[in-house]
Design a protein around this ligand. Structure first.
Ligand SMILES: CC(C)(COP(=O)(O)OP(=O)(O)OC[C@H]1O[C@@H](n2cnc3c(N)ncnc32)[C@H](O)[C@@H]1OP(=O)(O)O)[C@@H](O)C(=O)NCCC(=O)NCCS
Length: 152
């Protein structure tokens, strides 16, 4: 069973640990996750699967735009719908925002598939956006936010 819990002073290290496994390109440190707690425009949800930290999503609310900075699920918990639950949680806190955007590596088929499933469209390309390894990014955006996933 998956439970989503807002990140707090007690569990932010769980998000940092997932980040270290999921990302090679300048992953956020524990200190950066702790700092997110102090930002009034930042929301992070951590997914617990049978009590074990499995994934997280971080979103910034800067009306009229919202931005997903990062979403990750540990390899052993993938393909069970956890990222989908996290996307829905991110969308649910986007009140006052008309769109939700993110960047994704052009080779990241799992993530691109996830975003398309939830109604995101490719709206642009950022050349050489990523390092380690160097790669372009698609900009993907979900329009017409209604407080629920476009997939619902
Ligand atoms: C991308 C990621 C978050 C997906 O997490 P997940 O919990 O496995 O995703 P879900 O189980 O919710 O999958 C939802 C949909 O995403 C797509 N998807 C997920 N994994 C996929 C894969 N390996 N190949 C193709 N499509 C995939 C599918 O459309 C899937 O729907 P389906 O299961 O009905 O086919 C996970 O693979 C991950 O953490 N990757 C490393 C970090 C990363 O790349 N984050 C995104 C940065 S932009």
């Amino acid at each position: 069973m998956t439970e989503l819990i807002p990140m707090n002073e007690q569990n932010y290290r769980d998000a940092a640990a997932i980040e270290q496994v999921c990302f090679t390109d300048d992953p956020w440190s524990e200190a950066q996750f702790a700092e997110e707690l102090s930002l009034d425009f930042s929301r992070t949800f951590i997914a617990y699967f049978d009590g074990r930290a499995a994934g997280f999503v971080n979103v910034w609310l800067t009306p009229p735009l919202a931005i997903i900075n990062n979403i990750g699920v540990l390899p052993e918990f993938r393909r069970q719908g956890i990222a989908s639950e996290l996307i829905k949680a991110a969308v649910s806190v986007c009140e006052g925002c008309s769109s939700l955007s993110l960047e994704v590596r052009v080779s990241n088929e799992p993530a691109i598939g996830l975003y398309k499933k939830h109604g995101f469209s490719q709206v642009g390309l950022r050349k050489r956006f990523y390092s380690n390894p160097r790669e372009d990014a698609y900009i993907m955006t979900l329009f017409k936010l209604k407080g629920e996933s476009a997939n619902d």
